[in-house]
Structures are given as C-alpha cells and as structure tokens.
Write a protein that binds this ligand. Structure first.
Ligand code: NAG
Ligand code: NAG
Ligand code: NAG
Length: 434
C-alpha cells in the first residue's frame, strides 16, 4: 500500500496542477450533468457513453491500470529533459518505453525538438498558438498549421487539444470538432472516485453531450454540445486530502485510470536563464519519480499490468478494449533460431531468416497468441518531414503554386509569413483537412 507519508509529499503535485487551471471543489454534479446516454445506440469504436466502468463491458480485473502522462506548453531542450527524467528509465510491462502526450504552444517552442519527440513515438497535441484560454479558431488551427509546417506533424497524427488554464467553452469544443480533432482533454474530473457521484469517467464521446465540468462551463451538459464521435478525455484529479487517490482508482470497483499532468517549466532544475538548481523543483521531481516507482512496483507485485500511456494510446485501447491477457504482457521476448544464426527480439520471430530477397518475412504467430510486431506503437505510420513526407513515400515536392487553394482564414498567414517555400507546401496539404 502507498503510505500516507508518501502521499503527503504528493501535495506539491496539486500545487503544480493549480498553476494552470487547478480546481478547488466539485465542478459538476449529477443534477447539473443531466446526462443520459443510450448505450444500445452508442457503441464502440465510434461512440462511448460517459461511465465510470471500463469500456466494452470488461471486468475491472481484466483492465490495465493506466497512468496517463502529459506535459503542457513550450518544447525546449530543458522541457524534454524534464519529461525524460520521469520516463526514460522506465519500461511498461510489455517491454516498451512509455510514451506521453505533449500539448504544445507556438511561443518559445523549438520545432526541431517537436519532430524528434514525435518520431520517438510520443503524441504531439495542440495547446493554442499564444497560450490563451477560450481560444479563437485561429489560436487552435494556427497552432496545428505551425506544427505541420514547422515540425512535420500531419493532421491525422494531430488528434488532441488541451485548453490553456483548462479554460474552454462549448465553442472551443465545437471548433475542435469542426477542425476534425479527435479529442479534447481540458475537462476536470473533480469528484473523488470513492464518492458515489464520482465523475472519473473513462474517455467518452459527446454524442450525448458533456458530463464533466457542468457547473463551470456555460451551455455545457444536459445533452450539450452534441458532437458525435468527438472524445473527451477527462483529467483525473489527485485528492491530497483523501490520501490515497491512486489506491482508490487501482483497487476500486472499476479500476479507473489516473493522470500525471506536468508542466516541464515547473518540474525542471535547469530552467533557461537560471544559473542555480532550484531545490524545491528537485523535491518535486524526486516525489513524482518516487510515486511512479511505487505505482509500477505495486502493480507488478499484484500481477496487474500498469501502463504509462499517452492519450493517443489510451484512446486506441478504449476504442478496442482488449483484456489484459491479450495485451500479452509477459514472456514477450522471442528467441528465434535459424540455420545461419539466432537472435532474440521483442517483435516476434519471422517465419524464416530475413534475406536480401525476403527482407521482412511474415511473423511467426504461435497458436493462441497475438501478433507482436509493431507492438511498441499503436500507430505504425510515423511520417517524418514536412507534409508527412517519409522514407518510403513519394519524393518531397516543394510548394510552388496554388495560393488560391488556401481558405481565406489562412491567407494572411501566408502573406505575412516569411516561411521557406517547402514549408508552405505543408500548409496546403494540411488545409485540406479543415
Ligand atoms: C533547438 O534544438 C536544437 C536541437 O537540440 C538545438 O541544436 C538548437 O540550438 C535549438 N535552437 C534554439 C533556438 O534553441
Ligand atoms: C523554485 O521552483 C518552485 C516550484 O516551481 C517555484 O515555486 C519557486 O519560485 C522556484 N524558486 C526560485 C528561487 O526560482
Ligand atoms: C509513407 O508515405 C506513404 C505515401 O504518403 C504512405 O502510404 C506510407 O504509409 C507512409 N509510411 C509510413 C511508415 O509512414
């Protein structure tokens, strides 16, 4: 069990969260939510009712203990160092390095690092251009355009949004839906999981409106807004005054997920322009690592699969919720023996030895096992370079004409931006999605 002592040290994490939209009390109630969802009409993978029970009717014991890890704001080298100090030394039970979601904004972001972080398998998501609450269409879409043009993130990979200060409105959600985002993650689940009225819902679609933040966001809930197939991934609060939030989620009747939502600017010893090591940051960093050590060890001791995941990975699982046994958490390493040589791999043995003429033989899939190849990524297609150009795709063609194709909202950006022509091509490709 996590001692109360350790949790006392988790309190600074709450303080950390409240720097950017923290909560002081319940932000909803079942009355205010007035939520009703017809589960017989709302079915995965495109629809999911807000519920505290795991998706797909799975038994809680068949569900991994998910720890969603996110970071917000500018990406700079100190920020990636900050995230790495929590994740780089860890492995999920399947042997893969944990991935996380980075909600980036334009200002102070170094885009080469965004590309690096994305290629490493992490999710990049939208946090507005200039870090404002209740953002305009240009704040939301402009940041997506920049991520495409400057970091090569394609629209199909850019799925998520979080409002700065967690300050969103019904219009924000509608704007995200119109721009074909897959999910928002700005809502707070503010009622402890131990409370019968808890709003620690698994990710849900807005086919029947919002069910979180109903006391806070005007015009939300009681069936609104209706955005079919658009997901809300609530942010799962830690409650320091109750002591053991993690154990409540983990041992509770429904094994709800929890989240660690960081701001690298606050959890770093090495801020830009800061010559000294901030002792208080050091304590925060140590505390978060101590918590993750404990959470991973406890789960493993109890034979539970704990998975540190990005929102993207979480959503992939929710849409297709397979029981833990099929995640094949143990015994992943395959030993492959061939006449010429032998090797071990996490990705499943090929049926025959790879050769020049047969470079990627089909995978051996033993009876009653799942295929393992690409298991460290939920998405195997990772475009690199502007406009999604990749090593196997068609050659990269710089933009040279066709300004008239741009929607009017983007034209000022093109006129005023002194971007290289190659980057403009990225915008054209991207704008087709809007
Ligand atoms: C951005 O990051 C790259 C890679 O670490 C580094 O070489 C470059 O100096 C950084 N640029 C700025 C302006 O900080
Ligand atoms: C050290 O970091 C903490 C937590 O982010 C912050 O509140 C404090 O102001 C920082 N101290 C200094 C001297 O910068
Ligand atoms: C590379 O690009 C091509 C064409 O756009 C696409 O079909 C393919 O799936 C991409 N491959 C990867 C690994 O992203």
């Amino acid at each position: 069990m996590l001692s109360y002592f350790l949790l006392a040290f988790l309190t600074p994490l709450l303080a950390l969260a409240s720097d950017d939209g923290g909560i002081t009390g319940p932000t909803t109630s079942s009355d205010a939510a007035g939520y009703s969802c017809d589960a017989s009409n709302c079915k995965l993978p495109s629809c999911n009712c807000a519920s505290t029970s795991p998706p797909g009717g799975l038994k809680p014991s068949d569900v991994p203990m998910f720890i969603v890890f996110t970071a917000d704001d500018a990406v700079q080298s100190y920020a990636l160092d900050s995230v790495n100090q929590f994740l780089a030394q860890r492995k999920n039970p399947n042997g893969c390095a944990p991935k996380m979601t980075y909600f980036t904004s334009l200002m102070y972001t170094n885009y080469t690092l965004v590309t690096d972080w994305f290629i490493a398998g992490n999710e990049i998501a939208d946090h507005t251009m200039t870090h404002v609450g209740d953002p305009s269409v240009d704040e939301i879409n402009g940041n997506a355009v920049a991520l495409n043009a400057l970091a090569g993130i394609s629209q199909s990979s850019l799925q998520g949004f979080r409002a700065p200060f967690l300050e969103y409105s019904v219009n924000t959600l509608k704007r995200l839906y119109a721009a074909k985002f897959t999910y928002d993650s700005s809502a707070t689940s503010s009622i402890p999981v131990t409370d019968p009225g808890t709003d620690a819902f698994w990710p849900y679609t807005l086919d029947y409106g919002m069910a979180n933040d109903c006391l806070e966001v005007e015009g939300s809930c009681k069936g609104q807004p209706v955005l079919p197939g658009f997901w809300e991934i609530p942010m799962y609060a830690f409650f320091d005054n109750l002591g053991d939030t993690f154990t409540a989620h983990y041992n509770g009747l429904n094994r709800q997920l929890i989240g660690l939502y960081t701001h690298p600017f606050l959890s770093t010893c090495r801020r830009p322009t800061q010559a000294f090591v901030n002792a208080s940051s050091k304590v925060t960093i140590g505390m978060i690592n101590q918590f993750l050590d404990w959470a991973q060890a406890t789960a493993q001791q109890n034979g539970v699969v704990d998975d540190i995941v990005s929102n993207e990975q979480l959503l992939a699982w929710v849409k297709n919720p397979v029981p833990v046994s099929q995640l094949d958490a143990n015994g992943l390493l395959s030993h492959c023996t061939f006449p010429d040589f032998s090797f071990s791999t996490w990705y499943g043995c090929p049926e025959v030895e790879p050769t020049l003429s047969n470079q990627n033989p089909a995978q051996q899939v033993p009876d009653d096992e799942q295929p393992r190849r690409f298991r460290c990524e939920y998405s195997i297609s990772r475009p690199i370079g502007p406009a999604g150009a990749n090593f196997t795709g068609p050659a990269y063609v710089p933009f040279s004409a066709g300004v008239s194709q741009f929607p009017s909202g983007l034209s000022h950006l093109i006129l005023h931006a002194s971007l290289a022509v190659g980057l403009l091509f990225g915008i054209v490709k991207f704008s087709k999605h809007f």
